[in-house]
Design a protein around this ligand. Sequence first.
Ligand code: MG
Length: 391
Amino acid sequence: MTRRGGSVLGATGSVGRNALDVIGRFPRRFRVTALCAGTNARALVALARIHRPEMVCLWEGDAASIRRELPRGTRVVLGEQGMTEAACAKNADIVLAAASGISSLRPVIAAAEAGKRIALANKELLVMAGKFLTAAARRGGAEILPVDSEHSAVFQVIGRNRREDILRVILTASGGPFRCRSLEEMRRATIPEALGHPVWRMGAKISVDSATLMNKGLEVIEATWLFGLPPARIDVLIHPQSVIHSMVEFRDGSVLAQMGIPDMRIPIAYALSYPERLPMELPRLRPHRMEGWGFETPDRKRFPALSLAYGAAETGGTAPAVLNGANEEAVRAFLSHRIGFTDIVRVVDRVLSGWKGSFAARTLKDVLEADTFSRRAARDRISRSRRPTTT
Ligand code: MG
């Protein structure tokens, strides 16, 4: 068995730590080539002491402060250039893209061009720059394997089936903490309520996105790129038990689903070891103990984020980048008590509908500019609408 090297971008986040848990379980199969973190130098050093990578990358911070504490011989690299080195390192066969936001966009595109396997957890990269990332993967002969649990499910279900036999993809959603709340209750929702995801333990940003269903909207856009399908052939279905991670309907009437306990280590392990499956020692799914599975159509009135995301997907070009940038700013404002919960999607809506520029995305620069402008527009709206959110 050849030991495969992996660079982990976003090593100190929730997906990064789960990935290192998987890698640590199979030391004869994987080794860590590089670990990259945003600003959390202390956590990065702690992980480097356990996993002994060749290099560590810090997005922001100074190398001198951590060098002394790292195992001898560990290289320290910084910023976008450093992350690109880490992603393209000779000994890295797999790049786990799990950094938050879009900082890793250019490094991951470079890794795809270099033919690395991209285990993609960071859906923003495909949402914003799907055209450019998939083109880079084609040029470099790289595979992009989904880590997002729904897309991993779809990928597993498609298997050797032919693309032209797929009628539609059905992404399941837990419905989040506000599935049964009224619009009025959602208007008054607090931060802890929005963070209280019923099934998955995740970072704050994605937990809020799951509460607005923007996360599912972003996943629809992600799926268009991963599976080469138009948005009209991707459906969203609420399934509160989150046992079925997604389904695919084929033209003969068969619907195939993938099930499992909600544990990110399962899709992560699959993306790392595909086409093999690793013997994961985790609690097993016990179908005989499960009862009352439910499915509901999402309520687009209470969850307008879904319609916005479908609209952006249909428009294409830079529209998904505008949606994503405005959403990130609005979620940040909500998490710092500057706007209310239902204002998040309202801000995104206003930024999209008030967009003066073109949505054409000829180059990566167009996408990055759209991101910058949409964030600025969102911040303007937020500061103008600043008011006590309960009145
Ligand atoms: Mg997901």
